[in-house]
Design a protein around this ligand. Structure first.
Ligand code: NAP
Length: 348
């Protein structure tokens, strides 16, 4: 009897020891904010020792630097700059950085490559949501939806009037897409049924997918000169930073409508404000700008011909859940020794 009790205690001790060892061996992963969709959080909590920034706001740089030492993985978002300083602070255990975004301009890709750190991101799953939002902001801008809505509350709607709140229609127009990647292609497909007559695009290569909407690859200048709607879906890189400067707006039609849903930094914002104020172009719709959030006293917010949204391109519940799941799985695949199974790894 005594012998059996002893055995049982030994067994419990062993189980406790195994659990402790397992916990000790769990890889340490930093998640830069607590309010990511639960699916991502749960996946990592179950298999990793998670270090979390506890406030639902971007982690301050000093907190990021103090929490990153010794982690094997980083789950970040586009508000977290992951550069050389962070990688040095993280140390040699860091194997993977996964961002819950398709844009990777906040990551120092060269520094990550030099250290052989895998990079995960979330292409494809947000393409439809972002394209939908772009169509929405395009219509909101061209048909003056927010301006018209505000007019009601200002008691300016006196009666139906023949020329009041008239905007620009898509039918028979020329649409120019700057950067025909996944999102640009989807936007073009979505716009075709509006009886758009031509779709122009810029890209470094001819895109086969463009045959679906008879897209014509042209030089940027031609696109700017001929488009009624200029839609920017190009990635932010050193080559594309401030691609839209005063000269670019000068090349556009005075009736042109400019839409940006890529990153604020592809636009020289002061030049855009000037172009909207002095009639160089007709209107703009922006889901992204600099800085974000835009200060309430920004001139951009005072312009009736500018529709501004708070960077909500991919903001559907399902999309954000998928983004969180893929980001967590990108991390787990690397940390569990199967980086070839990452759902979406960036080729560095
Ligand atoms: P993608 O398929 O990789 O397309 C990126 C486009 O950028 C391609 O047309 C590519 O040109 C072009 N490009 C990349 N590097 C370039 C360079 N150095 N010079 C000139 N062109 C370059 O990406 P995506 O999934 O469509 O996403 C596009 C961008 O949208 C992301 O990078 C992100 O910044 C932004 N985004 C914003 C939101 C939002 O909430 N507003 C949501 C999702 C994404 P080529 O055709 O020549 O390869």
């Amino acid at each position: 009897m005594k012998q059996t009790k002893k055995k049982r205690i030994k067994k419990v001790d062993q189980r406790f020891y195994t659990t402790l060892t397992k916990m000790a061996n769990k890889p340490k992963v930093l998640i830069t904010r607590p309010d990511i969709p639960a699916v991502g959080l749960n996946l990592l909590n179950a298999r990793c020792d998670v270090v979390l920034w506890e406030k639902p706001s971007p982690i301050p740089r000093s907190e990021l630097l103090s929490r990153v030492p010794g982690v094997s993985g980083i789950f970040c978002t586009l508000t977290d700059k992951i550069d050389e300083e962070i990688l040095i602070a993280a140390g040699k255990d860091l194997k993977v950085v996964a961002t819950m975004s398709v844009g990777t301009d906040h990551l120092d890709l060269k520094a990550l490559k030099n250290r052989n750190i895998k990079v995960g991101y979330t292409p494809n799953v947000l393409t439809n949501a972002t394209a939908e939002l772009i169509v929405g902001i395009l219509l909101a801008t061209s048909r003056r939806l927010l301006e018209a809505n505000r007019a009601i509350y200002r008691n300016e709607w006196k009666a139906w009037a023949p020329t009041w709140m008239c905007g620009t229609g898509l039918s028979k127009s020329t649409v120019g897409i700057v950067g025909l990647g996944r999102i640009g292609c989807k936007v073009a497909e979505c716009l075709k049924p509006f009886d758009v007559s031509r779709i122009l695009y810029t890209s470094r290569t001819v895109k086969q997918e463009a045959s679906k909407f008879n897209g014509e690859k042209v030089e940027l200048d031609k696109l700017l000169e001929e488009s009624d709607f200029v839609i920017v879906t190009i990635a932010l890189t050193p080559d594309t930073r401030e691609l839209f400067n005063a000269q670019a707006f000068e090349k556009m039609k005075r009736s042109a409508i400019f839409i940006n849903a890529s990153r604020g930094e592809v636009v020289d914002q002061q030049s855009l404000i000037g172009a909207l104020k002095n009639g160089t172009i007709k209107a703009a719709g922006l889901d992204v700008m600099t800085p974000e959030p835009i200060p309430l006293d920004s001139e951009l917010l005072k312009l009736e011909n500018c529709v501004v949204l708070p960077h909500i391109g991919s903001a559907t519940i399902e999309t954000r859940e998928e983004m969180a799941r893929i980001t967590a799985e990108n991390i787990l695949a690397v940390l569990e020794g199967a980086s070839e199974k990452m759902p979406a790894s960036l080729n560095l």
